[in-house]
Ligand binder design. Sequence first.
Ligand code: F6P
Length: 532
Amino acid sequence: MMFSELKSKWKDVESRQILALMDRQRVNNFSIQTNGLFFDYSKTNIDGDTLGLLLDLLKKSSFHEKREAMFSGKKINITEDRAVLHTALRAENGPILMDGKDIMPAVLGTRFRMLNFAEAIRNGEIQGEGGRYTDVINIGIGGSDLGPSMAYLALRPYTNGPKCHFVSNVDGAHINDVLEGLNPRTTLVVVASKTFITIETLTNAQTALDWMAKKVMRPADNFVALSSSMGRTAEFGISADRVFSFEDWVGGRYSLWGPIGLSLAIALGRDDWLSFLDGAASMDRHFIATPDRDNICIILALIGIWHAQIGGHATRAVLPYEQRLERLPAYLQQLEMESNGKAVKIDGSDVEITTGPVVWGTSGTNGQHAFYQLIHQGTQIIPCEFLIGKQGHEPDLCHQHRLLQANCLAQSQALMVGRNLDDARKIASLKGFVGDELERQARHRVFKGNRPSTTLVYDKLTPACLGQIIALYEHRVFVEGAILEINSFDQWGVELGKELATALGPVLMGEDAGEGNDASTEHLVQILRSNK
Ligand code: F6P
């Protein structure tokens, strides 16, 4: 019902010019400042009424009780019968109860062990056969890869431990290219897999073990496992003191804050790791305690709902003007699309509105020279989410940072302001065009404008700031999922492909005839097998 009210509101305001709404007061009204972040959503067509309706939608959803349920350890992931408590991994202390039991002593115990291990690797107390570890390879995929690899790149100025490498793809090229040039006698392999059954990860881990066995007497001693399954890590040959475990109430794509972050903790060291967690925990406190209207997580989510579910914009671009956040869009693809790409509500009925949307993007200014053409002049409207820091980490290159900022602001401005036909005519005329040709040339230079964007400004991309930003997006997903009444914490949609791949593997290897496959698949199998 509320969706329909919002949809009719959308129709009323759709063609209204955002620019016409713009003044200083609007910027004050439609922005949030919190803990070193400034979030500007004035360059959307949201107004007071719309925001009121969106906040009503939220109020009428089960969001408030669900948030309370999540933080108090209730089993809100109903299809897997699990609590959702990744926030506990970054909490400073407890108690946090699950089934009446405080989980924090175990969380803090694992954190203590993990950080001691990370420090011992960094200071050389734990070494490989060839001496201090120079390299760490994290082998994992999805949530066991995207978080640490994205954050490792993001926090490059703070990394001063062994060099980290990340292998995810089952394509042998990935592990091959990473192993090339590494010394197995000074390389630590971190096998990151919550379930420890993921075929890509186990295959790559075995390849790494074989590689190491050629040069190292006790290869398994250079292996660490991050997993919820102690049994399977033991079967792989990794001793219990080299396993850092976590509970099933930590979802894969939310797992960066605990053992899955080990490679990052080794790279950063204890203090920066802890401030990374603190940054995220500060966003958790904001999410829990700040009234809806001023809650950055809630507002970001409501803008998402406004653009995707109400306005029907099928995608949103995440555009960090920070080269080191180049992998953020990939990280958010899993976080948002694996969480909220669902068609069935918690009660098993169909969702009556589109879920999604598709999340994509890359760092600015690179994207400007690739896909921004479509964002500015294409026929689809793509809401853009810009991120930009007040400061970079290169004091000698401040002028480059100013240029970066100028580009970021120029893009959101161009999207909103556009260029009308009269101005386009003037430009074409200056170029010497006249008559019909002037008209034709001018039309190509028109930007319709009125395209929405938000801008998140942060002070500097420190570990604490990155923690805040990731937690912000996590909570955004939660709010959107609650409004859509879906379970954001399962991922059944990835299962079928895994099952079929398991069956097709032996067919491609010639061990199974593969009867029962459809004609297209059968033919593709033949073609692929024809090149032995
Ligand atoms: O692709 C599905 C998925 O289950 C993700 O949710 C998860 O992050 C990834 O696979 C890896 O799983 P695991 O950590 O168990 O190896």
